[in-house]
Ligand binder design. Structure first.
Ligand code: GCO
Length: 255
């Protein structure tokens, strides 16, 4: 008998960047907890493929291909949800990109692209979702941060700045929206086995550093974020607001 506190039945979750990696693992986990899923990515084909795979496994999966950095596309997508009667109960702001380059060599366009994708998108989707959650008196927002929400790593400064911003945006959402029954929180993944980190995983020195610097002495698996995601998406977290849960094998807790 699973505890109904963690039951997402009857809830609809929009997960950005959910065609692969952390977003897809989180979507699958929320689906396993009973949620209907709306998948997102920029590519309609990739969204369709990911949604079909989830339907194959018995999940209810809708498709929403749009660019999370485009205010016009975000607004238009939420207007489409309104027209289709799709109420977003859970928003997971997961979409993100990485760009590894020393700041002295960094082009403004690359800086802006990372900030827009990893941080501004969470504001845009959060604003549109909150405009609809506030009148309903309830909603869950789960932002995806990073170890770099707390500590900087050289060569990934735009990502670090964006993820630091995600931490404070989460607190800002709590400050303004908690009184309306919305819980806004974040998850800070450690070094996870994802496509985005392929170059690091395949670099023996970096791989050894991660395993040496992490108390668990291993990389994390995307599905290991599901527990925190279900908790922060469910009634179990109705009095939790503005928090970041680090799922990092202990890396942030030790020198
Ligand atoms: C990097 C990695 C990290 C991880 C993750 C750590 O280049 O250092 O991409 O940013 O992806 O964010 O929490």
């Amino acid at each position: 008998m699973t505890n109904r506190l963690f039951d997402l039945s009857g809830r609809t979750a929009l997960i950005t960047g959910s065609t692969r990696g952390l977003g897809n693992a989180i979507a699958r986990g929320l689906g396993d907890a009973g949620a209907r899923l709306i998948l997102n990515g920029r590519s309609a084909d990739a969204v369709a493929t990911a949604a079909a795979a989830l339907r194959e496994d018995g999940h209810t999966a809708f498709e929403a291909a749009f660019d999370v950095t485009s205010e016009a596309e975000v607004v238009r997508t939420f207007e489409r949800f309104d027209a289709e009667g799709l109420e977003i109960d859970i928003l997971v702001n997961n979409a993100g990109i990485q760009h590894r380059q020393p700041m002295v060599d960094l082009a403004l366009a690359d800086w802006q692209r990372v900030i827009d994708t990893n941080l501004t998108s969470a504001f845009l989707l959060g604003r549109e979702a909150a405009r609809r959650m506030i009148p309903r008196g309830h909603g869950k927002i789960v932002n995806i941060g990073s170890l770099t929400s707390e500590l900087a790593r050289a060569t990934v400064i735009p990502y670090t700045v964006a993820k630091g911003g995600v931490k404070m945006l989460t607190k800002g959402m709590a400050a303004e929206w908690a009184k309306s029954g919305i819980q806004a929180n974040a998850i800070g993944p450690g070094y996870m086995l994802t496509d985005m980190n392929e170059a690091l995983i395949n670099n023996p020195q970096f791989d050894a550093w991660v395993k040496g610097r992490t108390p668990a002495e291993r990389w994390g698996r995307p599905e290991e974020l599901v527990g925190a995601a279900v908790f922060l998406s469910s009634a179990a977290s109705d009095y939790v607001n503005g928090q970041m849960i680090y799922v990092d094998g202990g890396m942030l807790s030790v020198l």
